[in-house]
Design a protein around this ligand. Structure first.
Ligand code: GSH
Length: 245
């Protein structure tokens, strides 16, 4: 089977899909695209401008939720969706929340942080297989890149402030999902993959990691993604805004 995953380095829904491929033991190759140029390439190739997209023997599937369902059909074991219908509904509800609410919130927090600290773009490029962009060029192009991404993701100074204020409630919600066994179990399910990949990316920011790591949801994230480093040092988020979180 020929599987090609189209991704942007560090993108959380791409991490969700990569982890699912690994859990299923499916070999795959990666087509890495640079942001924000990936939007045009993906639109041309998949008809939708977002990553992840996947080609399985030429069949194109776009979107992390759609891809996970397809992978579970191709390789049923280990399952990432529970067989019991009620349990499956619970996991799918949590997965949808992770996709619709948490995923965009992470983007609305990251891009304004990059805008304020363009030097972080280099740290977040680590792990990329694309030819390295010299740091001065990256810094010079940061205002344009971050402006395009903030617009595409509906991020602004206002959303930044509001999203930071909602962080405790968001983390309480995820801790609730751990407490009732929807996520955080022995075998990761689709909701784990969706939600914890987003928390993993938030935990690359030292300021937020300090809030997340001690919680049950932080511990569940570290079990699934033990190796992700901190990329944005403490102080990257202004202290007065962080205080609200
Ligand atoms: N929620 C969808 C979309 C993912 C998504 O928005 N990906 C971002 C990168 S993390 C993207 O490609 N954004 C470009 C855009 O919004 O046009 C999924 O999980 O597949």
């Amino acid at each position: 089977m020929d599987i090609r995953l189209y991704l942007v380095n560090g993108s959380h829904p791409c991490v969700t899909v990569e982890k699912a491929l690994q859990i299923k033991g499916l070999p795959y190759s990666v087509v890495e695209l640079p942001p924000p140029a990936h939007m045009a390439v993906m639109k041309l190739r998949f008809g939708k401008r977002t990553v992840p997209g996947i080609e399985i023997d030429g069949e194109k599937i776009s979107g992390s939720r759609e891809i996970l369902r397809r992978l579970d059909l191709i390789v049923p074991e280990p399952p990432i969706f529970p067989a019991d219908p009620a349990e499956r509904a619970r996991v799918e509800e949590a997965e949808a929340w992770g996709d619709d609410i948490l995923q965009p919130l992470v983007r609305r927090l990251l891009w304004p942080t990059f805008r304020a600290h363009p030097e972080l773009l280099a740290a977040y490029s680590e792990g990329s297989k694309l030819p390295p962009i010299p740091a001065p060029v990256l810094k010079a192009s940061a205002p344009l890149i971050t402006a395009i991404e903030m617009k595409a993701n509906g991020a602004s100074e206002v959303t930044y402030r509001e999203d930071l204020r909602t962080i405790p409630a968001i983390l309480d919600h995820i801790d609730g999902l751990v407490a009732d066994g929807t996520i955080g179990g022995e075998e990761p399910n689709a909701a784990d993959l969706q939600i914890l990949a987003s928390l993993d990316l938030l935990m690359t920011m030292a300021d937020l990691r300090a809030l997340i790591e001690p919680r049950p949801c932080g511990q569940a994230t570290l079990r699934l993604f033990p190796d992700t480093p901190v990329r944005a040092p403490g102080g990257s988020i202004p202290a007065d805004l962080l205080a609200a979180a």
